[in-house]
Design a protein around this ligand. Structure first.
Ligand SMILES: [Zn+2]
Ligand SMILES: [Zn+2]
Ligand SMILES: [Zn+2]
Length: 375
């Protein structure tokens, strides 16, 4: 392939890839199906079901037009290759054109079929019909009840545009690219099946735990579906949900950034040298929680690491020596450390210094040592 063709091919498919996955840059530039066709799609707020029937159909048509767009673009980018009469064009390109055309025509046929009888054949309508088995023709009434529930201000929504989860008074919904998964709250059960944690680090701005939940419905017509959720949104989901949630994977759910931080804090302490308790001294209970033994000692260890970077001397930012005996447990010290941080900038947490809760000497995470009793 020659250069203009290659650059067009690369550029075109990267654009298409981003258009389908819609990263934040594309969303803020308005390059989404929802935005480009907003006048025809109407308002999601006023008619949730009708809006998504139209949105999923348009999305399918636009996405299926991409290979055809590539062929037409190639006619411009490589006129010497494709501007001959159709029969003289090289063989491979015939196949590209054939596949692109049939994909697009196939999509138009499918959308045409869906739209018959007031969109009765669309997958969203079919799902609603499966939820009114006694009178499938009554799905319109069910749809308008869903629309009304969606307008309520107290619904729960989470997730990004491509995979949004909505919980209304009686439904659990997930908006997918080409459809909407649905389950009635009265018929479903949720399970936490997986957890992925993004650890605290200096370059990740959002340390979070992402939970994967599965929705199973007792209605045989409703297929199970999965959705993902930040653990900090879990409490709101619980509030809105009447269906039971099982924790199949026994996942520890961190409900706030501080909880996620505590895990990272513990992991970092493993790298610090342990502090051996002088003989004769015993671990007292932590004065924060009165439950766990006080097994944290602050020892100024960080100067070795910092000496090359900072210009020495006792600047305000330097760590200081703490003479306190062990008085706090790992969890309480971690929570204290997290509570003294800029809550809006979690990426700074690991690097910052906070005062000792007892004597106010400043310390950093490198100075926190776990106490090993001599016994
Ligand atoms: Zn404690
Ligand atoms: Zn102290
Ligand atoms: Zn330090």
């Amino acid at each position: 392939m020659e250069t203009p063709q290659l650059s067009f091919t690369l550029g075109y498919w990267v654009f298409c890839f981003c258009f389908v996955l819609t990263p934040n840059e594309f969303r803020s530039a308005g390059l989404t199906v929802q935005n480009l066709f907003s006048s025809w799609l109407g308002s999601e707020h006023l008619g949730f079901v009708q809006y998504h029937i139209r949105r999923s159909s348009v999305t399918l048509l636009v996405h299926s037009a991409m290979p055809l767009g590539y062929y037409l673009g190639m006619c411009v980018a490589a006129p010497e290759l494709l501007s001959k009469p159709l029969l003289e064009v090289e063989d491979g390109w015939h196949i590209v054109l054939l596949v692109a055309l049939s994909l697009h025509i196939g999509s138009w046929t499918l959308v045409g079929y869906w739209s018959l009888w007031k969109w009765e054949n669309h997958p969203i309508s079919l799902t609603l019909q499966r939820h009114t088995p006694a009178a499938p023709s009554g799905w319109g009434a069910l749809a308008s009840r869903l629309n009304t529930e969606f307008r309520a201000v107290d619904k729960f929504t989470a997730g990004i545009h491509g995979a949004r989860v909505i919980v209304t008074d009686s439904w659990v919904l997930k908006v997918n690219t080409y459809s909407v998964s649905m389950a009635l709250q009265s018929q479903c059960q949720l399970s936490v099946v997986q957890s992925r944690q993004h650890h605290f680090s200096a370059d990740s701005a959002s340390p979070t735990q992402v939970l994967t939940l599965r929705v199973d419905s007792t209605n045989p017509g409703a297929r199970p579906f999965h959705f993902r959720l930040h653990s900090t949104e879990y409490a709101d989901l619980r509030d809105k949900l009447r269906a039971p949630i099982r924790n199949e994977a026994n996942v520890a759910i961190y409900r706030s950034i501080s909880d996620v931080f505590l895990d990272t804090f513990r992991a970092h302490l493993q790298d610090n040298p342990p502090y051996s308790l002088p003989s004769g001294q015993e671990l007292e209970p932590c004065i924060g929680c009165m439950q766990a033994p006080a097994n944290i000692k602050l020892v100024k260890l960080c100067e070795l690491e910092d000496s090359g970077v900072q210009d020495g001397g006792h600047q305000d930012g330097d760590c200081q020596r703490c003479m306190c005996r062990p008085m706090w447990c790992v969890s309480c010290m971690g929570r204290w450390f997290a509570s003294r941080q800029d809550q809006q900038r979690p990426e700074t947490w690991l690097r910052s210094r906070v005062p000792c809760p007892t004597c106010r000497a400043r310390f950093c995470i490198l100075d926190v040592c776990v106490v090993h009793s001599p016994s």
